[in-house]
Design a protein around this ligand. Sequence first.
Ligand code: ADP
Ligand code: MG
Length: 696
Amino acid sequence: MKNIPSLFGSMVFHDDVMKEKLPKDIYKALKKTMIQGTHLELDVANVVASAMKDWAVEKGAAHFTHWFQPMTGITAEKHDSFISPCGSGKIIMEFSGKELVRGEPDASSFPSGGLRATFEARGYTVWDTTSYAFIKDDTLCIPTAFCSYSGEALDKKTPLLRSMEAIDKQALRILRLFGNTNTRRVVPEAGPEQEYFLIDKEMYLKRPDLIYTGRTLFGARPPKGQELDDHYFGSLKPRVSAFMKELDKELWKLGIYAKTEHNEVAPAQHELAPIYETVNSATDHNQLAMEIMKSIAGKHGLACLIHEKPFAGVNGSGKHNNWSISTDTGSNLFEPGNTPHENAQFLLFLVAVIKAVDDYQDLIRVSAVSAGNDHRIGANEAPPAIVSIFLGEELTEILESLEAKEDYQKKETKQMEIGVTVLPHFPKDTTDRNRTSPFAFTGNKFEFRMLGSAFSIADSNIVLNTAVAEILRQLADRLEQAEDFTSELAHMIRKYFREHKRIVFNGNNYSKEWEAEARKRGLSNLQTTVEALPVFIAPGSIELFTKHHVFTESELYSRYEILMEGYCKTIHIEALTMVDTVKGEIIPACIDYQNDLAKLLERKKNCGKYDTIMEEQLLSGLSRLSSGLIKKLDILENVLLESKGEQEISAQASFYRDKVFTAMSELRLIVDELETIVARKYWPFPSYAKLLYSVV
Ligand code: ADP
Ligand code: MG
């Protein structure tokens, strides 16, 4: 590949392009809006829009779209062309400041959770100047926030931006106390590691379950799974390698720092890791990456599966949200420093995160729930449903000895010892020292590992930013009033660690003992989406989010409704797909096979001289399983009818989890057993072996 530096960001209207294409005063005004959030005057917007359009047209674009992230979790766009009539059948290419800054998509078909009645279907998209415009599919995409007529957020970006403001404000208060006067902004940053599967597209198209639901609803175990661990970091198959190379190239054009690509644990599973950036850009870019992965896969005769659990019996896919906060002057606040002073500051931010994760463990858990992720969390391939922090032994010991000091010398500990000794630099582990921890400190960042692969990272970053902002606020309130800053600081570090160390766990999170131990420590264990989601609208959450202006109460309720509904709909569609394929394809396949066997049996019997044990055994096995199949199918169809009776959304969701999902699992058991008996040429779908091993 030639000339990567000039390829990188070539489809992005980034800072250098702005500088080049905009008059100086306009560039300055726009930068001010971007950095300080000031209002963008229409005449400035007009000049920016026109320059953006010229740049986009030069690159072959004829359309523009306001690109936004409704609460469906995926992105949305509505394309308009730049074309404008100018009399006598001619056209010019136009794009105004008004069109750049604000759009009015008919929003009635996006979920609003009751926030917006259909009679006022208008929704607004508003340019997010902090995220660069880019060209995708010959269309100029303007990243926008999406809100209702009355200003309520209908998307994931708006609350994310609000949470960034919250943590900025509180972290700055703390930095000022440490005498830092030159930092103007504190920004949370994220690097999401993305897992996915690649399978042959022809196979994919033969599986209605994959097409409709993203996961296989049937499939007997293949003779070989992931037990040999021979796929992890293995050499890339040529088709996969070609896919990854093209993917990198397309992502680079969009200014996405795709950095590492490798094979994952399960056969056909892979991972993409980008270089971290501000959580806003990281969120936009991860959404784009997921979309582009799917389209590039198609070009290579592959299908990219981003579902959390496409295949039973092998690992599912997750997303690791690496998260840190840093200053606009480039210092990472989770980086232990070189001086005692810096280290005291590091320890304060560290205990703030420990307290935030303990106080808001339920909300952190909720930020990673979905029907798809319920297949992983708590199973032995992903963290358990219990939220805990891995600090590593060294750091835990440091905090423990600091804490002990106060216990033993309560009275005379006026002067703090914290940071007197220079803290060691914690090696950034290359292999995730503790892969079982849901929330691991990895040197200078925290890695939250509960997310499902299909998630927008917005939700968990909203929770993290806001929870930590709240603890920093409490700290700043105390420390600003302190008579002796240094001793109060030491006291708070010890106090927070003592009160919240129950959330620290450095052992094996997959073990049964941890579950028992966590219960003793009083930690939550919210197993499924249905149990976890109500936390979103619990009084503590409402107080947290409204205090920091991240969500209003009605925005929280609307999100709760949407997530619960999404859960029910997902399982409903899966159940319908199952019923449809069992009736339409699996039963007829069983009939055909039995029919042929019965004919053969009869012929053999008529001859009178052949042994018929094989036919008889097969037929008896098939008829036993077929009657089981019909029974279980009947049960599933009946519970689906019953599900219509539940009115209240959480009761409905419980019904789907307890009744519908259970009926589906029982039906699947029989189908999978049938697959092992029915001759391959009768079975209507490609097997797991074909799906997992056909990309060469
Ligand atoms: P590893 O490969 O050992 O898990 P890396 O340091 O390579 O760790 O990082 C994995 C992910 O974490 C990458 O996406 C990377 O960009 C991101 N990351 C690294 N440092 C930070 C940081 N300070 N803040 C947020 N994300 C980070
Ligand atoms: Mg990792």
